[in-house]
Design a protein around this ligand. Sequence first.
Ligand SMILES: [Zn+2]
Length: 266
Amino acid sequence: MTIHHLNCGTLHPPSQLLVNGRGGLTAPATLVCRCLLVPAGKYWALIDAGLGMSDLRDPRGRLGDTFLRRVRPALDPEETAIRQVQKLDIDPHDVRSIILTHHDLDHVGGISDFPWADVYVSRKQVDLIIPVLRRDMARRLHPAQWSHTPQWAPVDLLETWRSRPARRVSDQLRLVALDGHIDGHCAVVIDREGRSPLIHAGDAIMDARTDLFGGRAPLGLLAFQYKTRTDARAWKESRAWLKECVDEGIDVVCSHDPNPRITGSH
Ligand SMILES: [Zn+2]
């Protein structure tokens, strides 16, 4: 089973030192928007969607000035999921499902490039945006990104996986509650034959080296995580749970850490 790691949006917030933990104080940092393309029977599933072609065509309208100014996305069409799928010689129509960790704008923009796909996301996340965007979310969630009326498939987390609310969405994929960063934030767990599962932890962690193995997280990144989390206690619990998974040899990757191989066996 080949899982493709796609960077669907390089971001360059200020200060390599404060965000990447090395390099110059005033040099731009580099973060990625990691999406995973996973075989799903005859078809493919995309985990998170990064920035899409419509975001690049209308960055101010779709992403907003604050995001553009603060994180300075590369806005490179070659980084969109749809271009990368085509480059892999995969018919984009074969991407039949998209599973989102959450709706923040750097994770959801690419869904409009795959309007035929079912978009799985936790019911709690869908409740934030439908029918009316919750007011306190207006800064980080941008309805323009789902104005094409996606085929939402809200997921009720009625099962459990390793003691957390969860729900299987296909033979090898399941959403697992990983709250704290934003209401309804989930991890996506990929079962792999003959190996331990792989967890895409979304934005529950941002610098795996320090978030999961101790040490001092880059200050700017830590400050960003504190600022964006909506539930401090749940955020801490989610990270403790991820650490337990890693300690037991389960691989964990996250959205923005540019290091593609983070933990466990890989
Ligand atoms: Zn993010």
